[in-house]
Design a protein around this ligand. Structure first.
Ligand code: GTR
Length: 353
């Protein structure tokens, strides 16, 4: 029998919530003190091992186990476990096992899932501030983007997630996004009238309209089938996602237009965050920032690897030597949001220098 994904998600959420209750001693605020050893009992080391972790959390990840963001998540979990001397355990659930990004974010807001790594594109549907990342051509390259992400305004944006019941811990790399289609696409004109899957947020809809295409928002996990059955004509993503999702098998025409650079975020539910001691908050934040190095290194490797693999698979790749016509076509989108994101856009501009 084929169980509907939503049931599986709901079930896994309930299961996870009850596991958490068990781990936290019946739902009360978890204690972080180690247990006392009774006279004649095993040595402290043995006791500690038998005790296991005091806090067990779940981290939801869309991508498969070998994807760079998942490797970043795992590094983060490992660093937290080390720094807490085994007291805090974070189990990483890759491949959308806990649900698609939108559903996961809702669960995180409620505290049913504690951690996740998601795209700022998906966060745009929950926190208006995050839509800024979906604006086209605001970053020249990864270096420019990182200069902004690490700036005061970048940190301020990460912190602004608190108003959406989440706490941003770190940004991760995500490269540039490009269009890919079932039919050949050699220029902007070829996008006209195409049904293009996008991450659900307002800016993405405006962006597709500006290009004369029809935006079709849907969960990432549905895109492969939608391409296969012709529900959509095209989609857009970075090289690693295009490759690892197998979209390249269905949409064999890629145009390197670099329309967006939408970073990833590692975050924790505000509900879970508020229950942590200050020491645990500090070690979690530190581990998240330390895991960025691993994620970036894995990203660079995987990006090159994915490019080579889709080329070897016979994908038709169109280079865009002059981005100007593309930038001109989507200028109205930037103009529409310029006042709303004035402060952030100015900080992005400043990071360019
Ligand atoms: C990827 C991103 C995912 C997801 C996906 C999408 O680049 O890493 O988190 O947002 O794009 O297009 O839905």
């Amino acid at each position: 029998m084929k169980m509907k994904k939503s049931y599986i998600t709901a079930f896994s959420t309930m299961l996870g919530a009850s596991l958490l209750l068990v781990a936290c001693g019946g739902g009360s605020t978890p204690t972080t003190s180690s247990s006392t050893t009774a006279p004649g009992a095993a040595s402290p080391a043995a006791t500690k091992k038998a005790d296991g972790p005091k806090l067990t959390f779940r981290l939801a990840e869309t991508h498969p186990a070998d994807y760079p963001t998942t490797l970043g998540d795992k590094k983060f979990a490992e660093l937290v476990n080390q720094a807490s001397d085994g007291r805090i355990k974070i189990d990483v659930f890759p491949a959308s096992q806990l649900g698609e990004e939108k559903a996961v974010i809702e669960q995180v807001q409620l505290g049913a899932i504690e951690f996740t790594r998601v795209s700022t594109g998906a966060l745009g549907g929950f926190n208006k501030q995050y839509e800024v990342f979906s604006l086209p051509y605001i970053f020249d390259n990864d270096n420019h983007q990182w200069k902004f992400l690490e700036s005061e305004q970048g940190t301020k944006l990460l912190d602004s997630l608190e108003s959406s019941r989440m706490k941003g811990l770190a940004y991760y790399s995500s490269g540039a996004r490009h269009f890919y289609s079932k039919k050949p696409i050699k220029s902007i004109a070829d996008l006209k009238g195409l049904k293009i899957r996008v991450i659900q947020n307002k800016v993405n809809i405006d962006l597709m309209n500006a290009l004369g295409a029809n935006a079709t928002p849907m969960p990432y996990g549905d895109v492969f089938n939608a391409l296969q059955t012709g529900v959509i004509d095209a989609a857009e993503n970075n090289y690693p996602s295009y490759f690892s999702s197998n979209h390249f098998q269905q949409a064999k025409n890629l145009i390197l237009d670099q329309h967006q650079r939408v970073p990833e975020v590692l975050l924790i539910s505000k509900v879970a965050w508020d229950k942590l001691s200050n020491d645990d908050k500090a070690l979690i934040k530190k581990a998240a920032l330390e895991s960025v190095k691993t994620q970036k290194a894995e990203w660079d490797k995987f990006e090159k690897d994915s490019e080579a693999k889709v080329k070897a698979a016979g994908v038709t790749i169109t280079d865009v030597s002059d981005l100007k016509p593309w930038q001109d076509a989507v200028k109205p989108v930037i103009e529409k949001y310029r006042t709303e994101y004035k402060e952030t856009l100015e900080a992005i501009e400043k990071a360019r220098k």
